[in-house]
Design a protein around this ligand. Structure first.
Ligand SMILES: Nc1ncnc2c1ncn2[C@@H]1O[C@H](COP(=O)(O)OP(=O)(O)OP(=O)(O)O)[C@@H](O)[C@H]1O
Ligand SMILES: [Mg+2]
Length: 399
């Protein structure tokens, strides 16, 4: 997708360019041709999909330019950036074929939401709502970190999904070490200390990059980090992450506290990891009771058996009966591949794609990447609904 940004404000253009380049897939910003302002955009070779026009100066002139641009590029979505949203301006903008009017100074979230609507309209689909999946141990050492980190890598590499892994082990988190030997420059605790400037760019730059479409937000290696990680921090980070990643996987570890509960609340799916032994069953049962008292639906819980051995004494039917829920996923026991991967800090798929672990991860990815359609909302209605919500006057003109 290509965007043309017409503005004399260099700072605004560079900020927009940065946001566009961070999109998934990135939106290419075309450079403005000097003659464009005079000619009203008669540069057919550019064929932008998106045209953003800053109407700060010469509003009438910019609106006239937009009308010409709409004729020139009928397939393009036009966005007007204005310092105010008077009803006259909104109506003139709509007549000119403008799809969105955004107020300056540009609010990052609002801009991203408008871009979501436009890109999905162009693609004929719906705004991105990534899935948040939480991995939690029924008991220490169940393989939660191995599974969360390696499934995240598999979603990015095999599933071609933009994926984020967040290590929520507030003490002794080690998820990043399972995938890479790189040292994090920023951790979850550092990010929580900068919530006032949190945006997609800051989140992305805080990650250890494992693949172009996969990064890890590492846990702090200080067991008592300077900044407190609060439940509302997690909620805000997850809301942002959902908009920019197809999958957000959380290594919750074993802890049930305010932070992990907020993460579980905000998750689409919870994957308790257990093994085929009585101590795991006991702790698994307790965990499921906690989930039930937290009001989580059964369908949200996907029990996952790690180190699965079909010849184990404890049969899956007995486990399901005792736990009162079906077992959803099975990851085989493969000590050699798993330990080689953890010791080297290299994803298991990279080391042994055709191993039993590699195949199980591929199967897991297949199950997670089945499409789920949702519905959208009309542009004009949205324009006026939003204006109503902001207390603007244009909404009155539509009735
Ligand atoms: N599928 C598997 N096959 C064989 N061994 C495994 C498998 N999964 C995990 N392991 C073993 O279990 C150990 C613990 O795994 P991992 O660190 O992922 O567990 P955890 O639940 O995150 O532990 P903690 O409670 O310490 O956070 C690994 O070092 C590895 O030896
Ligand atoms: Mg762990």
């Amino acid at each position: 997708m290509k965007a043309l940004v017409i503005s004399s404000d260099i700072e605004l253009k560079s900020r927009i360019g940065k946001i566009l380049s961070m999109r998934n897939p990135p939106i290419i910003m075309l450079s403005e041709v000097p003659s464009m302002l005079q000619n009203g955009g008669v540069t057919a070779i550019m064929k932008p999909d998106l045209v953003l026009v800053d109407a700060t100066d010469h509003e009438q002139h910019k609106l006239a330019m937009l009308e010409k641009l709409a004729l020139q590029y009928p397939q393009a979505s036009l966005v007007l950036l204005a310092t105010h949203q008077s009803s006259d301006l909104l109506i003139a903008a709509m007549r000119a074929g403008v799809r969105e009017v955004l107020t300056l100074p540009l609010a990052h979230e609002q801009f991203e939401e408008a871009l979501d609507r436009i890109t999905h309209k162009l693609e004929g689909s719906v705004p991105k709502e990534g899935k948040v999946l939480s991995f939690i141990s029924c008991k220490g050492g169940s393989g939660t970190t191995f599974l969360a980190s390696n499934l995240a890598y598999a979603l990015a590499s095999l599933g071609q999904k933009k994926t984020l892994l967040i290590d929520l082990n507030l003490q002794f988190g080690d998820a990043a070490l399972y995938l890479s030997d790189a040292k994090p420059t920023m951790t979850l605790a550092d990010l929580c200390g900068q919530m006032n400037r949190l945006d997609a760019g800051l989140l992305e730059s805080s990650l250890i990059r494992i693949a172009p479409n996969f990064g890890v937000l590492a846990a702090s290696d200080d067991p008592d980090p300077a900044v407190e990680i609060r439940p509302d921090h997690i909620e805000i980070i997850l809301q942002l992450a959902r908009k920019h990643y197809d999958f957000v996987l959380l290594d919750i570890g074993r802890q049930i506290n305010g932070v992990s509960i907020r993460a579980l609340d905000g998750s689409d799916g919870i994957y308790p990891i257990l093994q085929q032994s009585l101590p795991f069953m006991r702790d698994g049962r307790r965990l499921l009771d906690i989930f039930s008292s937290l009001g989580y639906r059964k369908e949200k819980i996907h029990l996952t058996v790690n180190r699965y051995d079909s010849s184990a004494k404890l049969r899956t039917s007995e486990m399901e009966r005792a736990l009162g829920n079906t077992l959803a996923h099975f990851i085989p026991n493969n000590y050699d591949v798993v330990n080689e991967s953890i010791n080297q800090g290299v994803p298991a798929l990279k080391l042994a794609r055709s191993s039993s672990i590699g195949k199980a991860l591929a199967e897991f990815v297949n199950q997670l990447t089945e499409a789920t359609p949702t519905s959208g909302m009309g542009m004009i209605r949205r324009l006026f609904v939003r204006n109503h919500a902001n207390g603007g006057s244009a909404g009155n003109q539509t009735t």
